[in-house]
Design a protein around this ligand. Structure first.
Ligand code: BTN
Length: 248
């Protein structure tokens, strides 16, 4: 079921507030957000009527939170490719969808970001749900893209295709449902597909970990528990669960 809102603070916040009142597998979609949240306390630029700001409700998840990022990453990727089959889109661990434009094969531009949050009822600290938020730059034009202070793009800017937001939301929900089902019945396959779409594999990266430590090296694998495995310059393997990629 799609729940359509006008302007809201944040679809994730709304979903966490209303968690008890919304059905499992709902997709909450807003026209605009005035307090859109990104990772690490950043904001998510959410002008009205142009993009997808959506939160997927997962009740009683049978998988940990990082698997919801596999589900959403693959669902967003598939929905974008269904709309524009000829552009080069890829996943960047742990939660981004990037585009490399045809005319500039070295460029890496962010088209979508994911923010998954857990829900626990007030009466207990048991996690009973996941709110998986997706911000996808669809019809945003150049002037607005330029307001984002990092390399970013939109589907329209890359292709000239104007996306119908209602159709996109329906297709996205179908794909989310498909990949959630994969997570519950064939997680190995879901992981393999997610791993395959990650263009960081075999690249040299610099990661700033949450406690400030910087790690440099080559990405050699991803683990089944969502970690990025780096062979560092000093010859050790490091499994990283979260961090900010400073170069990739
Ligand atoms: C990131 O790349 O930092 C994650 C961005 C996530 C943005 C989406 S927009 C819909 C949902 N509601 C929010 O407040 N954030 C997520």
């Amino acid at each position: 079921m799609i729940i359509k809102l006008n302007k809201i603070d944040s679809t994730n916040r709304y979903a966490l507030r209303e968690f008890a009142n919304v059905a499992n597998d709902s997709l909450i979609v807003a026209d605009a957000q005035d307090a859109g949240r990104g990772r690490r306390g950043k904001s998510w630029f959410s002008p009205p009527g142009v993009n997808m700001y959506a939160s997927y409700i997962i009740k009683e998840p049978l998988f940990p939170i990082y698997v919801s990022l596999w589900i959403c990453g693959l669902a967003v990727l598939k929905t974008l490719r269904d709309t524009a089959p000829n552009i080069d889109l890829w996943l960047k661990w742990p939660n981004d969808i990037y585009c490399t434009p045809q005319h500039n094969p070295l460029a890496k531009l962010k088209m979508a970001g994911l923010l998954a949050e857990t829900f626990s009822p007030l009466s207990s600290n048991k996690i009973t749900g996941i709110v998986a938020g997706m911000g996808i730059n669809l019809n945003m034009q150049k002037e607005d893209i330029e307001k984002i202070n990092r390399p970013a793009t939109s589907l329209f800017y890359e292709t000239g295709i104007k996306t119908d937001l209602a159709n996109f939301a329906e297709n996205l929900l179908r794909n989310l449902f498909f990949y959630r089902n994969s997570a519950e019945t064939k997680e190995e396959e879901l992981f393999a597909e997610w791993r395959h779409e990650n263009r960081l594999l075999n690249r040299n990266v610099t990661v700033r970990q949450d406690h400030g430590l910087i790690i440099e090296g080559e990405v050699v694998n991803f683990s089944r528990s969502g970690e990025m495995i780096i062979f560092t310059k000093d010859g050790t393997f490091q499994n990283i669960m979260s961090g900010e990629l400073e170069s990739f």
